[in-house]
Design a binder for this molecule. Structure first.
Ligand code: ATP
Length: 460
């Protein structure tokens, strides 16, 4: 069965619960720019932290970097972006819309009933022309061409220009990598599908520098590691696939490229979330000739110098966060209850709130005990305390936010000094000594298996 299209429902849940808002909404919004609300910023930060941990902290052969968004404009000449970072653009003179020529079949004419561009007899489509996707701005007080700078359309170039700085400062030996997370900007012709394609987004990129000749070996390793990372994030295995770039898609300098695609469901289907590329020595060689500075690695042990080849892994933080939301979204019937529930089955390590803490009633010191427990847990996890309304309602609200654990203080809690932990995914409940709650939750998060499975297997 194909996965359903949940995007529209997610847009509404994201707004209602404070994951994602339209940017400048009170002014009617800005074209395809989004703001992350209280739950969304936690979710995206967790995604980024997981990437940083896997790529930088847990490896001794990858270093971190945080390069500036504004760079010397010559960078973008050397990288090929000034001349070639373009999409073919087609205008419709009748309805004044713009379309990407290479995505015409996916585009919809704004007129009703909606058709593909050019399908109405009176449509007048122009020839395709090249449109540069970089945002231009001015540096300094004078708006003349001498001070034009660009908002970076990718983070990778910040890594290439710092290759020798990082190598010399850290004394890393090839093979080694440099990773960074940062904003990128593209004046996309046809943005859309919520945060899938936006004009301002965040990238998580890593460039791995290797000796020429060993590049295909490293390429194969990174291709496999990166897919594993997505599975570890909780993305369903059957929603992930590789797409190999054919000769026509492959950039002229690239030796090989695979996209990792995720099935977003409905008519969107499988779409790229990450690219893994073998970029040869193209970028460093370009920067070497444009800057006049040597960008070679000196292999002292073998008394050789060479320009390394680069394996790049390039992922959009917003796009993979959206994939995690789409992957997690469920509408479920609940046994014995008329109303179903909407639940986000997010990996516990990604969930914006780790635990909801609830007194069953407002009597018998339950709120006091629950408040103390919440304060204690908050030292380790994001916790939401809630005493208002029926307990079922309170659980539902946390289900919708993706909170994996519900901790309830009830009438027996004071006497036995214990509470119940309710698991979001399979709704099982276990009783745990109050002093062990933090430890039990931590073990579930560390176990890296979905909560429902873990709660069946581990039972502390
Ligand atoms: P496309 O062909 O879809 O425009 P691309 O191949 O140019 O994308 P890359 O330049 O390889 O994309 O970018 C690497 C990653 O950055 C993508 O896999 C995606 O996750 C993310 N990304 C690229 N463009 C956008 C965007 N406009 N909005 C959100 N994420 C983006």
């Amino acid at each position: 069965m194909p996965y359903p299209d949940v995007l529209e429902k997610l847009v509404s849940l994201a707004k209602r619960r404070g994951f994602i808002f339209q940017s400048s909404e009170i002014y009617g919004g800005t074209g395809s720019v989004w703001d992350y609300g209280p739950l969304g910023v936690e979710l995206k930060n967790n995604v980024k932290a997981r990437w940083w941990n896997a790529m930088v902290r847990q490896r001794d052969d990858v270093e971190g970097l945080d390069a500036a968004i504004l760079m010397n404009p010559k960078v973008w000449e050397a990288s090929g972006h000034v001349a070639g970072f373009t999409d073919p653009l087609i205008d419709c003179k009748t309805c004044k819309s713009r379309f990407r020529a290479d995505k015409l079949q996916d585009a919809q004419c704004p007129r009703k009933p909606s058709r593909h561009p050019g399908e109405y007899a009176e449509c007048q489509l122009t020839e395709a022309r090249q449109f540069n996707l970089m945002f231009k701005t001015f540096m300094g007080p004078v708006e003349d061409s001498a001070s034009v700078v660009y908002l970076r359309p990718e983070t990778a170039q910040g890594i290439f220009v710092n290759f020798l700085n990082v190598q010399q400062a850290t004394r890393q030996k090839v093979p080694f990598g440099i990773a960074q997370i940062g904003k990128a900007f593209r004046n996309e012709i046809t943005p859309g599908n919520f945060t899938f394609r936006t004009r301002e987004f965040e990238q998580m990129e890593m460039q791995f520098f290797v000796e020429p000749g060993t590049d295909m070996e490293w390429f194969a390793k990174w291709k496999a590691w990166r897919r594993e990372w997505h599975v570890g994030l909780g993305l369903a295995d059957d929603r992930l696939q590789y797409h190999q770039h054919g000769e026509k898609e492959l950039a002229h300098y690239a030796r090989a490229a695979f996209d990792i695609e995720f099935d977003f469901g409905g008519s969107l289907g499988f779409q790229e979330i990450e690219g893994v590329h073998n970029r040869s020595d193209f970028d460093l060689t370009q920067h070497q000739s444009h800057s006049g500075k040597r960008l070679e690695y000196v292999d002292q042990a073998n008394n050789r110098r060479y320009v390394p080849y680069v394996i790049e892994t390039s992922l959009g933080a917003d796009r993979v966060t959206l994939a995690a939301l789409v992957n997690a979204y469920r509408e479920e019937a609940v046994e014995g209850e008329e109303e179903g529930r909407t639940v986000l089955r997010l990996h516990p390590a990604l969930a914006p709130i780790t635990a909801g803490v609830f007194p069953l009633t407002k009597k018998d010191g339950q709120p006091e005990m629950a408040t103390r427990l919440a304060a204690d847990l908050r030292k380790r996890f994001p916790v939401f305390y809630d005493e208002a309304g029926a307990i079922g309602r309170r659980y539902r609200r946390q289900d919708e936010a993706g909170t994996p654990f519900g901790i309830t203080v009830d009438g027996d809690s004071a006497r036995h000094d214990d509470v119940t932990i309710r698991f979001r995914d399979d709704l099982q409940q276990i009783r745990v000594a109050t002093g062990r709650v933090a430890e039990v939750i931590a073990s579930y998060i560390a176990s890296d298996v979905p909560v429902a499975e873990a709660s069946r297997v581990v039972h502390p």
